[in-house]
Design a protein around this ligand. Sequence first.
Ligand SMILES: Cc1cc2nc3c(=O)[nH]c(=O)nc-3n(C[C@H](O)[C@H](O)[C@H](O)COP(=O)(O)O)c2cc1C
Length: 161
Amino acid sequence: MKTTIIYSTRYGFTEEVAVKLKEKIQDQVTLISVDDASSADIDNVDYIIFGCPVYAGKLRNNMIDFMNQNKVKLADKKVGMYVSSLNEFKTASYLEQSLSKGLINQLSAYVYSGYSIDFDKVKLVERLAVKTMMNKEDEVYMLNEEALDKLIDKMKINLEN
Ligand SMILES: Cc1cc2nc3c(=O)[nH]c(=O)nc-3n(C[C@H](O)[C@H](O)[C@H](O)COP(=O)(O)O)c2cc1C
């Protein structure tokens, strides 16, 4: 069985999650940045997993555009998603802000994958906004491995090989 993971990332965390997810999946996995992906990349695959971070309350536009452009093809695929953000409890609402109901319903599972913040890389003007989103005791890095296992289970990926 073939899986393709298509990720969007600004600072690299969501790509790192894709690599971790690949390690957990038995059988053939292709990793591809959404910027390099075309609709041919989702032909002839059994599972597609989208990975995307949240910026300013929604998924990145390159991911939203790709998913919208390929809505019809995705309808007969098994599709999952993981979302990187600072706020696990807003995952559903971030998806609702970004994707149509139809696309959300096409996801057989979605999970919260954690976050990374490197304040040296974040633009000065954005730092304060990010700091106000974090609690004082928050770490600057949290990869939610359990959620990745859950995603694989829910999509039944390793069972069907
Ligand atoms: C400028 C900026 C804006 C962000 N906006 C949000 C947001 O609205 N909600 C949220 O939960 N996380 C927000 N985040 C946190 C990112 O989603 C998180 O750092 C994520 O891990 C980034 O992934 P990436 O390294 O793959 O780009 C923001 C981060 C930055 C730097």
